[in-house]
Design a protein around this ligand. Structure first.
Ligand code: ATP
Ligand code: MG
Length: 589
């Protein structure tokens, strides 16, 4: 890039993508050379016409007609050549951007949960859409134009040297001057461009967040507040853009125009001086050719400096995209044996941020077919245990085993495939109900879907829908109630016939009657499966083989329901409270 510095690593990496299309590159190069050759040959013909025919007044019409036809032919050739090369470069650009988008998305869906905890989804969207778009400009405009203009400049300089070496040297003083402008531009604008792109990403994040939280914003009458916050980022983006426009405005065209005028004056002065003082005056045709070449030289120089702006945008966008591509992804390695369903935690400790401990030395073991229940206060670490079991976060200490394999030796996908997870806040995808149940798992029959729906007590509801299994789900399952979403997610877990069933508050949003029916269904579903259930309503887990009461990330009580009641500790207290509440409710009803 400009300033004669070694090539920036981001640019190098971006260029490497082009090299995947050698044929198109060669074709584009050939078209470019032909077109440039035709363009620089034009003024030479005119020079011939002026000096050999016009000045000596020898109007040989057939020769002149041949010159005119040649000139026209060259113009057509150059136009066709430039058109074809730009087509080729565009094709390369589209192919590269498509590849980049695929790579970014493929990386994004393999990022560990920790990345999503720290980065806003709007910023990811910005990288996949806006930043790759900016990179596309690099190929379409910058590289194509830059190569084209450099070749054109070389052609012009060679033709000038053939005509008159001294005059060529006068014109060539333009190059270091423009080089200096480019260097200065680079220095001043990179920080501004970087700020602009990061603000654009901020705008996307805010937009995304506001759209998702719209019901809350409207319910809390916070439209004004959010609109103001958005306007503020928007304003900052505007200011950054204006700043970069100001730098462009001063440095690009006006300065180079000034240099151009100075060189032109130099040329004319030299011409006048030679004409007056010495006998060997410069030919008028040569002067014409030089003025014409100088005009043709200035355009590519201005365009090249103009392209610097795009180049910078692409470079910063490239930095952002590559930073994402270089993020460490979830490993896909490890054994994948058939799991029986034995799960054990051995002295597991964990913290999300490395400071605040969330789990401390938690241990338990389940045998295949057993049910383990986790109970405890809000924030005591129940869902965190599930996240660790799913391999969403690495452990700080201790070991998780499936059968006898430590989790670190198993492939994450094998572990996850043997687990059916019903999350606390289930996610429903846009698509039909059947799609949501299958979630891409092939070979699952409709009968299996209906059976799962029956088990979770959702079959009657689906049967009443006009389109049944083919009913389209809105974004996030907005056309379902919270309880229906939970049941659907429960059915989704059962459809895969997993060895291990994990229920995180799977019945928190359903009415007591459905819950009762569900707990019966669950006892059927549990047969032959290891079940780990989190529940606030203790009545649903009384028949668990082991109950762990968590308190601030530690196991404070453990045992069967009977044992814990006999212990008369915190669990017994909680249970008493809940059954009294239920009794009161029943009485009121
Ligand atoms: P609830 O009954 O409300 O679902 P829980 O027992 O499932 O509570 P967890 O979700 O495991 O609680 O959270 C335990 C602690 O970890 C909480 O103090 C919470 O603030 C913290 N925590 C949970 N998820 C994250 C996260 N992604 N990043 C940082 N801290 C987290
Ligand atoms: Mg939870």
């Amino acid at each position: 890039c400009a300033g004669g510095k070694s090539v920036n690593p981001t640019i190098k990496r971006l260029l490497a993508y082009c090299a995947r299309y050698p044929r198109w590159l060669v074709q584009a190069g050939i078209c470019l050379l032909l077109a440039t050759g035709a363009e620089v040959a034009g003024p030479l013909l005119i020079k011939l016409f002026i000096d050999d025919y016009l000045a000596p007044r020898q109007l040989v019409w057939p020769d002149i007609a041949a010159l005119a036809a040649g000139y026209l032919g060259l113009q057509v050739l150059s136009a066709a050549g430039f058109y074809l090369q730009s087509l080729r470069f565009n094709r390369i650009a589209q192919a590269v951007v498509q590849t980049l988008r695929e790579q970014v998305f493929a990386t994004a869906i393999r990022l560990p949960a920790r990345y999503f905890d720290k980065h806003r989804s709007g910023s990811l969207i910005s990288r996949i859409t806006n930043d790759t778009e900016a990179i596309m400009n690099l190929y379409v405009q910058v590289i194509g134009l830059l190569v084209q203009k450099v070749v054109l400049l070389c052609g012009i300089l060679i033709s000038m040297a053939l005509l008159d070496l001294r005059l060529m040297l006068v014109c060539a003083t333009l190059l270091p001057a423009v080089g200096a402008v480019m260097w200065l531009y680079q220095k001043l604008s990179v920080p501004v461009v970087r700020a602009t792109r990061s603000l654009l990403s901020d705008i996307n994040s805010r937009l995304n967040e506001s759209l998702q939280g719209m019901p809350v914003i409207q319910a809390m009458v916070q439209e004004h507040h959010f609109a103001n916050a958005f306007a503020e980022v928007n304003q900052q983006h505007w200011q950054a853009r204006i700043k970069s426009l100001k730098i462009n405005g001063i440095l690009l065209r006006p300065l180079i125009d000034l240099f151009y005028m100075m060189v032109l004056i130099g040329l004319l002065a030299l011409f006048a001086h030679e004409g007056l003082s010495t006998g060997s005056a410069i030919q008028v045709g040569v002067l014409y050719a030089f003025i014409s070449y100088l005009g043709r030289m200035i355009e590519p120089l201005i365009e090249m400096t103009n392209q610097l702006n795009q180049l910078q945008q692409a470079m910063v966008a490239g930095e952002r995209v590559f930073a994402l591509l270089d993020e460490s992804r979830e490993s896909t390695q490890g054994e994948s044996p058939a799991l029986q369903g034995r799960v054990s935690f051995e002295q597991v400790s964990f913290s999300y941020d490395g400071q605040q401990p969330v789990l401390q030395e938690v241990s338990f073991a389940t045998r295949p077919g057993q049910m383990l229940a986790l109970v405890g206060h809000t924030g005591s670490g129940k869902s965190t245990i599930i996240s660790l079991l799913m391999g969403f976060y690495p452990l700080d200490q201790g070991c998780i085993r499936f059968d006898d394999h430590p989790m670190s030796a198993l492939s994450l996908s094998a572990v996850r495939r043997s687990i059916g997870l019903v999350q606390q806040d289930p996610f429903i995808f846009v698509g039909t109900l059947a799609d949501n149940l299958r979630l891409g798992r092939d070979g699952i029959l409709d009968a299996t879907l209906w059976q799962a729906l029956e088990e979770v007590q959702l079959a009657a509801f689906v049967r009443h829908l006009p389109q049944g299994l083919e009913t389209l789900m809105e974004e996030g399952g907005k056309n379902l109630s919270a309880g229906q979403r939970q049941l659907l997610s429960f059915a989704r877990a059962l459809v895969g016939d997993p060895r291990i069933l994990i229920l995180d508050e799977a019945t928190a949003s359903v009415d007591s009657q459905t819950e009762l029916a569900l707990s019966q269904a669950l006892s059927a579903a549990r047969r032959g499966r290891t079940t780990i259930a989190i529940a606030h309503r203790l009545s649903t887990i009384v028949d668990a083989d082991e109950i762990l009461l968590l308190s601030r990330g530690q196991v404070s009580e453990r045992g069967t329901h009977g044992e814990l009641m006999a212990l008369g500790g915190h669990y017994a207290q909680l249970f008493e409270m809940q059954s009294q509440g239920a009794w009161l409710e029943e009485k009121r009803a």
